[in-house]
Design a protein around this ligand. Sequence first.
Ligand code: HEM
Length: 512
Amino acid sequence: MLTLFLTWGVMMMLCGSLWYVLGVRKRRPREPPLENGILPYFGYALQFGANPLKFLRERQKKHGPTFTCQLAGKYVHFLTDPFSYHAVLQQGRHLDWKKFHFATSAKAFGHGSIDPNDGFTTENMQQTFTRTLQGNALTFLSEAMMENLHYVMVEPSAEKMNSNDWVTDKLYEFCCRVMFESGFLTLFGTEFNTHHDKVLSSNQQAQRARILRVLENFKEFDQIFPALVAGLPIHLFKNAYSAREKLAEALLHENLKKRENISELISLRMYLNDTLSTFDDMEKAKTHLAVLWASQANTIPATFWTSFYLIRNPSAMKAATEEAHRVLENAGEKICSSRKPISLNRKQLDDMPILDSIIKEALRLSSASMTVRVAKENFTLQLGSDSYNIRKDDIIALYPQLLHFDPEIYPDPMTFKFDRYLGENGEEKTFYRNGRKLKYYYMPFGTGLAKCPGRLFAINEIKQFLTLLLFYFEVELIDKNVKCPSLDQSRAGLGVLQPTNDIDFKYRLKLP
Ligand code: HEM
C-alpha cells in the first residue's frame, strides 16, 4: 500500500500549487490529443503511478505517439516516438530543465534554493559536477574507489574466512553495504588515523560502524524520497525526518574537516559553499547530502541488477571472467594475496567491452528515469512533419523505458542478453526502428543538458565491483533457477528501480 501511495506520489512532483484552479481543459486546434482523466485535478495520476509503462502503452495505442494527460493538476505532453526526442532536447529556447531540478532538490533535501537567479548562491553546480566527476578528476576518483572497494570487500573476507567456507548473504544487502561504504569513503574521505593499515585497527572498525549507521539513516530517508519529490512535507515522516537531519549533521563542514582524502568534488563544493553562498551550516550540509544521494541511490540497485544477471547467466559469467583476466594480465597484475590491492587504470577499465555490455543490458532492464522539461512560453513544437501548440507551464515528458522495452528496437526485450550491446570489433552497436537508425536508444542516465554528470564514474564503480568479485570470489545463487525479482514501481520516473525482493546467494574466497 505504501508503495502504491508513494508511486502515485511521484506524479505529484509534477504538481504546482495546490490552489491550482480546478478546471477541465479543452483541446485547442493543433494541440496533441488530450485526456483530462477521471478525477478532477488529479486526472490520471493514480493510474499513471500504479504502472507508468502500461498506462503509456494504452494511450499510445489509442492516440498515436504524442498525447497529453492531466496528472496532478499539470498537463503533461508525452512524446513516445524516439525519433521525436531530439526535437525536445534541442528546444532550449522554449523549454526549461533547471527550475524543475532545482526545486525538486530543495524540496527533498531541505536546502535553500540553488538556483543562482534566487540569490542564495552564485555557484554553477553543473560546472562543478562536470569538472570534478569527469576528465582528470575521474582518474583520481576511480583509483580511490578501487582501493576502497578492496578495503571494504576483500580484506574483511580474507581476515574472517577460510577459503573453503561458503558465506550466505542477501545479494541486495551485500551490494548496498559494499557500494555505500566504498562510495562514501571515495567521495567524503576517511576519518583521520584510519588510513588503510594491513590489519583492521580499532579506529577502522569504529569508522566502519559509523558509516553503517549513516547507511541506516540513508535507507530510512531514501524510502520516502519519492514522497518528498512528490511534494509531501517531510514532517509527515518522523523517522525519515530525523534520519535526514542526522545525515546532514554528519556532513557539516566542521565534521568533514576532520576527514582526509576527500574527493575534489566535495572539497570544491565545500569551498564554493563557503565563498559563493549565503547558506547556513545545515543548508550547506544538505547540499552535500544531495550529492551523497545522487551518488548512491541509483548505483546501489544498478550494482545489484548487474551482479544478479551476471551470476545467473553462465555464458555471461564465463565471458566476463575471461575478459577480466585478460585485462589483469595485460596490466601486469597478479592476484597473489588479498592484502595487496590490484590496480587497474582508466584505460584498462575502458578496455572491457563485455562488462560494458553486461552493465548496459542490466540498466536497460531496470531503469525508469523520466526526462522532464517545462514550457517557458506558448510555442509550437515541430516534430518532423507534425507540429503541436504547447502552452506556457505545460510539461513535456519522455519516458525512455518505453524504448528500452520496445521489441522492434530490442528483440525479446524482457530477456537479459549479455552481448546485446557488443558491436563488431569493439565498435558501438547501432539500433534501428522501422529500418531507421536511432540516435536515442539507451537513456538510463537521462540525456541532453541534464544528463547525469556521474555516469562515467558510476560505470567504473560497477565494473570495479564486478572485477573484484570475479578475481577474489566464487559466487553462486542458492537457488540457481530463482525467479527474477519484479521491479518496484515506487521510484518509477526517478532512476534505477529496486527489486521487490532480495536474493539469497553464497560466496567464498578463491585465493591461491
Ligand atoms: C547507475 C548509476 C546512476 C544512474 C542510473 C544515474 C542517473 C541519473 C539521472 C537519470 C539523472 C538526472 C538526469 C536528468 O534529469 O535528465 C542524474 C543526475 C545526477 N547524477 Fe547520476 N546516476 C548514477 C550515478 C551517479 C553517480 C555515481 C554520481 C556521482 C556523484 C551521480 C551524480 C549525479 C548528479 C550530481 C546529478 C544531478 C545533475 C544536475 O542536476 O545537473 N550520479 N543521474
